[in-house]
Design a protein. Structure first.
Length: 366
């Protein structure tokens, strides 16, 4: 059938945990250290660290930069989280575009572009996507990182358990999920390094009195393919899904209506499942006053059945479409929150979707 791709069986190969020193071309010096190339714009009023909210992270690969864009005028405080999973490139690039372009004129925006910096330091184990991807920016070449889903085992400091048991008692069969930041919330100060990261983010939300947050993720594409049994199946139901804590459902519904108008994407609205413990949208909403959301864009690099997945230049799901969509979700979420709560976050310099598609992501990188 036209447009249907046979599934390719991908072996589970575990690559050595070495890291290309960030943003040098392939073939350069390899290192076990990752630090993001971030070039803040005029809207960034201060920069801190996640360890400011939980000191034991300081000096470790689990610490990560935090950026503050503060208008100095009363309004809503929002938090955008990118890089929860190291291979979900559109999420952390959307966060990077915010840091390098946006100025806040009312309220305050906090951005964590690379929430799990450790996960960026290791090779993607799903499809063995290359570690770095060159694109042209306003100042010349930039090299976008592509990491793995979970904290580097070396940084976790202990072997994976046979199965992962969340502190709530919720169990997952794959013990490697103990290193998944989005299964670790609300975190534990005396827990694993991954749980400590989640704890620090929760502390940031409490101390900074964040009103709403958006955790940016990627998933597989919704394309159809032929599986190993010859059956035609649709790939991923999560794509273009906005998951909302129950106290944010109305705001989420308004956001998706606006998204369809600005991007032409029909999003899916989903309420946090209270039985799936450890996820950001559920635990942040339960444990703080913040209204929490999570959005998924389609990343071809996460499709197991593709022969040569391209997470940057795929013709149907290019990076600029995914980053532009994520940014529009945040824009409409801020507008919907302001309408509902009469507490506004007003921004300038945020590229709209047609601009992003026309110029590409590099056109908005310093």
């Amino acid at each position: 059938m036209e447009g249907i791709t046979p599934m390719r069986k991908v072996p589970r190969i575990f690559w050595p945990t070495v890291m290309l020193f960030l943003f040098l071309p392939a073939g350069s010096i390899w290192s076990g250290f990752f630090f993001p190339d971030l070039r803040p714009g005029y809207g960034v009023t201060s920069q801190g660290w996640l360890s400011n909210y939980f000191a034991p992270l300081r000096g470790t690969p689990l610490d990560t930069p935090v950026f503050y864009l503060d208008s100095g005028k009363p309004g809503a405080t929002a938090l955008v989280i990118g890089g929860t999973h190291g291979q979900e490139i559109a999420g952390y690039m959307a966060a990077t575009v915010l840091i390098e372009n946006v100025e806040v004129t009312q309220g305050r925006l906090i951005v964590i572009p690379y929430a799990n910096r450790s996960a960026m330091s290791v090779q993607d184990q799903r499809n063995r996507i290359p570690r770095v991807h060159p694109i042209n920016s306003k100042s010349g070449p930039r090299y976008l990182p592509y990491g793995d889903r979970v904290t580097d085992l070396a940084d976790q400091g202990r072997p994976d358990p046979e199965k992962y048991v969340h502190p709530s008692g919720h169990e997952l069969k794959d013990g490697a999920e103990s290193r998944n930041l989005n299964r670790a919330y609300p975190g534990k100060p005396d827990g694993t390094p991954t749980q400590q990261m989640a704890h620090a983010i929760m502390e940031l939300i409490r101390r900074e009195k964040v009103d709403f947050n958006l955790d940016l993720h990627e998933t597989g594409t919704p394309d159809y393919y032929i599986d190993e049994k010859g059956k035609i199946v649709q790939n991923d139901r999560l794509v273009y899904m906005l998951v909302c804590h129950p106290k944010g459902l109305e705001i989420g519904a308004m956001t998706l209506l606006d998204l369809e108008g600005s991007v032409g994407v029909t999003g899916k609205l989903e309420k946090s499942n209270p039985s799936l413990r450890g996820l950001s949208h559920l635990e942040i909403g339960n444990g703080t006053d913040c209204i929490s959301f999570l959005f998924e864009t389609p990343n071809p690099g996460m499709d197991r059945w593709r022969e040569k997945p391209d997470p940057i230049g795929d013709r149907k799901y290019p990076l600029e479409h995914r980053v532009g969509t994520a940014l529009m979700v945040f824009k409409h979420l801020a507008e919907s929150y302001g309408t509902q709560k009469d507490k506004k976050l007003v921004m300038k310099g945020l590229p709209d979707y047609p601009e992003m598609v026309k110029k590409g992501v590099g056109g908005f990188l310093n």
